[in-house]
Design a protein around this ligand. Structure first.
Ligand SMILES: Nc1ncnc2c1ncn2[C@@H]1O[C@H](COP(=O)(O)OP(=O)(O)OP(=O)(O)O)[C@@H](O)[C@H]1O
Ligand SMILES: O=P(O)(O)OC[C@H]1O[C@](O)(CO)[C@@H](O)[C@@H]1O
Ligand SMILES: [Mg+2]
Length: 557
């Protein structure tokens, strides 16, 4: 074995050690001293973070270690480095814009490539045009005007003819973070099976209990047998958590374990965490692909058509709404009140309402409401009870928070605002108002199925969706893409840069047609005047950005 000897800093390697079974021992000689160090032999190219200013590149099958000068890679330094990768924007004729995703070759030169093993797979080799063309992209907006620009596009997901990892070299890991969501286990299953069956990858680690599991918990070896029927269960077999995102410790753990593909399943917070991990990995010059799979019951991740598990949750919410309707309909002046999830975005409440047709009023965080006076909720309830003898109200947990009494705002471990129970609050308010002020006897039944709608296994269509997302993520990582979230855009699987995913939250646009449809289905008051709606800059911009002012969104419009 021969070395290119770095002229300085060799001393910093003396203290370096790895607790990894899969290590390559190297001896390093320079004129001053003799050092010994170990590196994960599974890594195609890696760097040693303690070895200031120098990175080592080791290629499988070669007996040569190449040392090249690089930026400081010590994690304590990189954490404070202001350097963040720039968005990869490619423009073309007619106003074409590609918001591309990073690639390992952007920061690691001369990476070897390999033919995609899928080409020899009997199931896939017969598929015409199975491999995605390098120039295939997917438009963000599908409704265009004759003279309008072609607009923003994302890279189409799918298998590429050449991959950047030899199958034996891959050491993948999967982590799930944030709240539960139907379909988490399906995504885990399909990443494991996709890696095994499509790419012959045998080393897949499960990280226990979210981000902190990287440095504070044991890992579990995942294989097709282990994950075989996990998709039939709710929750995540890997466990999850909020908080505990320590970038340096996480990337140290990735590096120390010789992991080179990281699959991160989670919501907006998780994708933010994934983005920071990607930046740190890039700063250290590691050959590690970071792939995000968007998960959120609230559907608050932007750009994508919808998040997995959302349909299942809406379906499950029907059971609660049906129960509320039966209860309300069976008694004089019956009011059925259902609280559904939706911290900042009311998609579940909106879709559950539209699906049910039994709901008379849907209250979401994006649409402020008021109780008293003309056009208020009390007035509407009284009218409904007079006309129909009963009514059903659906309220998203984040709705009307500004109306609840001011007290100290608590936050969860991830920094999300802990909401006050608007369901209980509004139940009491309605009861008090009708019994004390109006002297009208009412029968209010409050149903809170919040956790029930997300702790269940995914339904059939979400299962298929999860499979596509997982396989897309695997194809992307194998093809050397990194710093991306796999997502459905206009019904096509794409790779979306983290920067776009974490830019803002997806919200119901109350000036959009979908909310108008809901209002005309429930006949509830809008609670806002057209003046307010027109002046609602945030909502207008969001609508324009998402391109859902017209009939563009295949799922939500
Ligand atoms: N800005 C951030 N930078 C780094 N890590 C973050 C950031 N925001 C959140 N995280 C981490 O991401 C993980 C999940 O975040 P969070 O609890 O907000 O859930 P989420 O992914 O948004 O899912 P959901 O809200 O749908 O339950 C946590 O471990 C949290 O520490
Ligand atoms: O799981 P926790 O920490 O109780 O958080 C509940 C929150 O998680 C979500 O389900 C998002 O995942 C929100 O709808 C809800 O407010
Ligand atoms: Mg979130």
């Amino acid at each position: 074995m021969d070395f290119v000897v770095a002229p300085s800093s060799s001393h910093s390697l003396l203290n370096h050690s790895h607790n990894n079974n899969n290590i390559l021992c190297c001896y390093f000689n320079n004129k001053k001293n003799r050092s010994h160090f170990s590196v994960p032999s599974s890594a195609g190219i890696f760097s040693l973070r303690k070895f200031n200013s120098v990175s080592f590149r080791y290629r499988r099958g070669c007996s040569r270690i190449v040392c090249t000068r690089r930026r400081v890679m010590d994690s304590s330094n990189s954490a404070t480095s202001p350097e963040v990768s720039k968005p990869k924007i490619v423009t073309g004729p007619g106003g074409y814009v590609l918001e591309d995703v990073p690639h390992l070759s952007d920061y690691i030169p001369d990476l070897p490539t390999y033919p995609n093993p899928l080409q020899d797979n009997p199931a896939y080799s017969v598929v015409k045009q199975y491999f995605v063309h390098v120039d295939d992209t997917v438009p963000q907006k599908v409704v265009v005007h004759k003279d309008g620009p072609r607009g923003i596009h994302f890279r189409r997901a799918g298998p590429r003819q050449r991959v950047y990892f030899d199958s034996d070299e891959v050491h993948a890991c999967i982590v799930t973070c944030g709240g539960l969501c139907p379909g988490l286990n399906t995504v885990i299953r399909e990443i494991v099976c996709g890696l095994y069956h499509m790419y012959g990858v045998k080393k897949v680690l499960g990280i226990d209990g979210g981000y902190r599991g990287f440095y504070a918990k044991n890992t579990v070896n995942l294989n097709p047998k282990f994950v075989n029927d996990i998709h039939k269960r709710g929750g995540t077999v890997l466990g999850t958590s909020r908080g505990g995102h320590d970038t340096s410790k996480i990337v140290d753990s990735i590096q120390d374990r010789g992991i080179n593909q990281v699959y991160i399943i989670g919501g907006d917070g998780t994708q933010r965490g994934a983005s920071v991990i990607f930046e740190e990995i890039r700063r250290r010059g590691l050959k590690v692909s970071v792939a995000g799979i968007p998960k959120t019951i609230d559907n608050d991740i932007p750009v994508i058509d919808k998040s997995f598990g959302f349909d299942t949750a809406v379906e499950e919410a029907q059971r609660a709404i049906n129960a509320a309707h039966v209860e309300a309909d069976s008694i004089e002046n019956g009011i059925g009140l259902v609280k559904l999830m939706g911290r900042y975005s009311g998609f579940i409440a909106m879709h559950a309402t539209l699906a049910s047709r039994d709901v008379d009023c849907c209250l979401i965080p994006e649409s402020p409401f008021y109780l008293e006076g003309p056009g208020g909720l009390y007035e509407y309830i009284e009218r409904q009870l007079k006309e129909n003898g009963h009514m059903v109200i659906v309220i998203a947990e984040g709705a009307g928070q500004e109306l609840l009494s001011e007290s100290m705002t608590l936050k969860d471990a991830s920094g999300n605002k802990l909401l006050k129970d608007v369901g209980l609050w509004i139940s009491t308010k309605i009861k008090d108002y009708f019994s004390k002020e109006r002297k009208i006897p009412i029968n209010l039944k409050y149903i809170d199925p919040t956790y029930m709608i997300r702790a269940i296994p995914s339904n059939a269509s979400d299962n298929v969706y999860c499979t596509l997302l997982a396989q897309s993520a695997v194809h992307g990582a194998m093809s050397g893409y990194t710093g991306f979230t796999s997502g459905l855009v206009n019904g096509r699987q794409t790779y979306i840069p983290f920067s776009r995913i974490i830019e803002k939250q997806n919200k119901v646009v109350i000036t959009d047609r979908m909310w108008a449809r809901l209002l005309s289905s429930t006949n509830q008051p809008s609670f806002w005047s057209p003046k307010v709606a027109i002046g609602d800059k945030d909502n207008e911009e969001e609508a324009n950005d998402k391109g859902i002012c017209g009939e563009e969104d295949p799922h939500f419009n």
